[in-house]
Design a protein around this ligand. Structure first.
Ligand code: CA
Length: 175
């Protein structure tokens, strides 16, 4: 499993790298958001650990940009402790999970493994087709900036259709 760590604080980046390598992950580290976006768009990573405050481009902006490009790798966001806004914004921008700093390495590894397992099974937390987005974590559907009210069944149906854009489903498949 190849993981990209994006963290500008060298000590934290080195700490995460060491911990993940000890658990058998292959690790690259970057300190800038703009470089991270380039790397994630061009290289096949299995997941990324993404800090929010970064030079070049902040973590949330990187996250939104990769989701817009249809890159669905699991994203674990590193947030400041107590910053509720950051966590909510992160999840709504397509993060799969977040971890407030400071954190224990064991927790980071456990959360990362859970994300990788989930990615191997169900997959994504945010689908986007055109200006339509569906967040499976917050269960919110948006058309552009407008929130769409859906029943549980409508949400599930939209999720099915957005998993395979352009595909025509038979009635039986939908049922
Ligand atoms: Ca930082």
């Amino acid at each position: 499993m190849r993981i990209l760590i994006v963290e500008d604080e060298e000590k934290i980046a080195a700490f995460i790298r060491k911990g993940l390598e000890e658990h058998g992950f292959v690790v690259d580290t970057l300190a800038r958001g703009d470089e991270a976006l380039l790397a994630l768009a061009n290289q096949p990573y299995d997941a990324t650990v993404l800090d929010v405050f970064l030079p070049g481009r902040d973590g949330l902006s990187v996250l939104r940009a990769i989701r817009r490009r249809g890159i669905h790798l699991p994203v674990l966001l590193l947030t400041a402790r107590g910053e509720m806004y950051e966590r909510v914004e992160g999840l709504e921008s397509g993060a799969d999970d977040y971890l407030p700093k400071p954190f224990a390495m064991e927790e980071l590894v456990a959360r990362l493994r859970a994300l990788l397992r989930r990615a191997a099974g169900v997959g994504l937390s945010l689908y986007q087709v055109g200006d339509l987005t569906l967040n499976l974590v917050s269960r919110v559907a948006m058309r552009g900036e407008r929130k769409i009210e859906l029943t549980g069944r409508e949400f599930s149906l939209l999720e099915l259709l957005m998993r395979s854009p352009g595909k025509v489903f038979t009635r039986t498949e939908i049922c």
